[in-house]
Design a protein around this ligand. Structure first.
Ligand code: PEP
Ligand code: MG
Length: 592
């Protein structure tokens, strides 16, 4: 890879994790970068030195304007603090900082960020060694000022994603699921991040929002600068920086092809998912916010198999009250009519941290106070949600599902709260309905082992493969370093799913799946063979999965499951899936 971008701007291709399909072309908008630490050194050709110095000067000017704006708007009561900012504004033109940075760019023929970083570290060590406190203070003022300049050079601002008002592609160190859910679709074309794994909630939300995304690009993302033209190919996991005209034309064509392909697959999305031997499956959509419900219907979803309600609690200082929750759930019910809606109770924390997190900082959040554990501790929050769910159940086909159940006590406790919530509504004389299906997610290995006892407590199991894989294979689902180990067809995972399926059938309870494994057409024969009656996924994947179901025989699928369960290595299973269903996928599912 050639990163001498100033000697001759070259096209650079970066590869990461294909987290959300689709292609977009646009300007890079850098957010949340870690400033000085990510600064890279690269040479500047003599003919481009003037341009580079101009870039530095305009970052300084921008910094001065920002400071002036802060000074002008400072509240009267705190005017005495303005002195510090005025000193900072003067320092912007300080010879030691301003003059030396320009000299370093000129003499060493390096980029402005690197020159600034070098100059500041020299100044820092000079002032740190001084006995006089006044001078030491002056050193720290210079560091503050240079940080501001650096942010402007890198294009880094303290951005609130919801407020970005340009058509851009976000380039971030990381985006939390809460930030991702705030993305304004009419403005953000796509995003790429240094960190993040395919099964992270950030990737899942990008899929639901239908924004192309490439995650886990690693440190190499640092070569992208604010306003660089980039192409994001979320289907292939590729990012092209400074594309040539030829590449641009090629990708413009690919965008056209992708749009045609999407139009084609949605054409028959409303047909039932019935196998060739007449077994009908419910193919459902997963949503995070009520607004997403429309896309479930557009893609032919038979209902909502997972409503991740926690997003209504994130990115805000106060939790919603019962009325707000009721109204949000009612919006979903109104759109879905009689179709089933599986409301999962709060699955907060883990990677879905709250902004209001009561001051707790967990060293290992995935194993911390997450999901049902949180609710059983914060019982007032739990009761508020349960009351809202019971109330909305009077208006639609609602089910309740509890997340992260690890043993029998937890589901008994959760059900006890559900009864209590119903009793309190009864006492208050409020309309509600408690006659609905109650189920649990199977996503913790101990729940797999205890499935037989858990089945006695519930109407359905819904397998959450995203977390089941994370916890069983000991892989952080959001960590790109171990993404290669995130293997859904690991024999241990398939045996666990099959075990849970057998237990559900034996106990005559319903068997659903709402983890993203359900979205992969090549895995569908396994789930049909194991006896699943409902699969739920990001809405975009519904048409393909339905199409796959329509090309299968249940009896063949059962035989296939037996064959697969005899294998002990991931590579053997992948090969068998490809051998058996590869042609079908190529010829019938992906081709039209
Ligand atoms: C899962 O873990 O598979 C799941 C569907 O829940 P979430 O992705 O919200 O953790
Ligand atoms: Mg989960």
């Amino acid at each position: 890879m050639n990163i001498n971008r100033y000697t001759d701007v070259k096209e650079i291709e970066l590869s990461g994790i294909n987290a959300s399909p689709g292609i977009c072309i646009g300007k890079a908008y850098l957010v949340g970068r870690e400033g000085v630490d990510v600064v890279k050194k690269y040479p500047i050709a003599p003919k481009n030195l003037d341009k580079e110095i101009k870039r530095f000067k305009s970052a300084v000017k921008k910094t001065r304007d920002e400071l002036q704006c802060i000074i002008d708007n400072f509240p009267e009561d705190f005017r005495h603090n303005v002195n510090i900012l005025e000193t900072h504004a003067l320092l912007l033109k300080d010879k030691m900082l301003y003059g030396s940075t320009i000299e370093t760019i000129e003499n060493e023929k390096v980029n402005a960020e690197w020159a600034l970083k070098m100059v500041v570290s020299r100044i820092k060590s000079m002032f740190e060694g001084m006995a006089d406190e006044y001078f030491r203070e002056r050193g720290s003022d210079i560091v503050h000022v240079s940080d501001r300049i650096m942010r402007n050079l890198l294009g880094q601002e303290q951005v609130n994603i919801a407020e970005i008002n340009k058509r851009v592609i976000l380039v971030a160190h990381d985006l939390s699921p809460a930030q991702t859910s705030q993305i304004q679709l009419e403005r953000i074309m796509g995003f790429i991040t240094e960190r993040g794994g395919k099964a992270s909630h950030t990737g899942i939300i990008a899929q639901t929002l239908e924004i192309p995304a490439v995650l886990g690009l690693g440190k190499k993302i640092g070569i992208i600068r604010h306003d660089d033209i980039i192409i994001v190919d979320g289907s292939q996991g590729l990012v092209i920086v400074n594309p040539s005209d030829e590449t641009l034309i090629h990708y413009e064509e690919k965008i056209g092809e992708y749009e045609t392909y999407k139009a084609n697959i949605t054409r028959d999305a409303h047909l039932t998912a019935k196998t060739l031997d007449h077994l009908t499956l419910n193919i459902m959509g997963n949503i995070e916010l009520p607004e997403e419900v429309v896309s479930v219907l557009d893609y032919g979803g038979d209902g909502i198999g997972l409503y991740r309600t926690e997003f209504q609690y994130m990115s805000r200082p106060e939790f919603p009250d019962e009325m707000e929750l009721f109204e949000k759930y009612k919006d979903v019910v109104d759109v879905m009519g009689n179709k089933p809606i599986t409301i999962r109770t709060l699955d907060i924390n883990g990677d879905k941290a709250l902004s209001k997190n009561n001051g707790t900082h967990e060293v290992n959040p995935a194993l911390g106070l997450r999901g049902i554990r949180y609710c059983l501790k914060k019982t007032d929050i739990f009761m508020t949600q349960l009351r809202a769910i019971l109330r909305v159940a009077a208006y639609g086909n609602v089910r309740v599902m509890f997340p992260l159940i690890s043993g029998v006590e937890e589901i008994k406790e959760a059900k006890r709260f559900l009864c209590e919530a119903a009793e309190s509504l009864h006492r208050d004389g409020v309309v509600f309905n408690k006659d609905f299906e109650v189920g649990i997610m199977i996503e913790v290995p101990s729940a797999v082992i205890m499935a037989d006892s858990l089945a006695k407590e519930v109407d359905f199991f819904s397998i959450g493969t995203n977390d089941l894989i994370q916890y069983s294979l000991a892989i952080d689902r959001g960590n790109f370093e171990v993404d290669y180990l995130y293997q859904p067809l690991h024999p241990a995972i398939l045996q666990m799913i099959n075990h849970v399926a057998d237990i559900a059938v034996k106990n005559n309870i319903k068997l659903y799946m709402c983890g993203e494994m359900a979205a992969e057409p090549s895995y569908i024969p396994l789930f049909i063979g194991m006896g699943f009656e409902e699969l739920s996924m990001n809405p975009q994947s519904i048409p393909m999965v339905k199409k796959m179901v329509r090309n299968l025989h249940r009896e063949d699928c059962k035989k296939f499951v037996n064959q697969v369960l005899n294998l002990t290595e991931i590579s053997q299973i992948n090969a068998l899936v490809d051998e058996t269903y590869g042609n079908l996928l190529k010829q019938k599912i992906y081709s039209e």
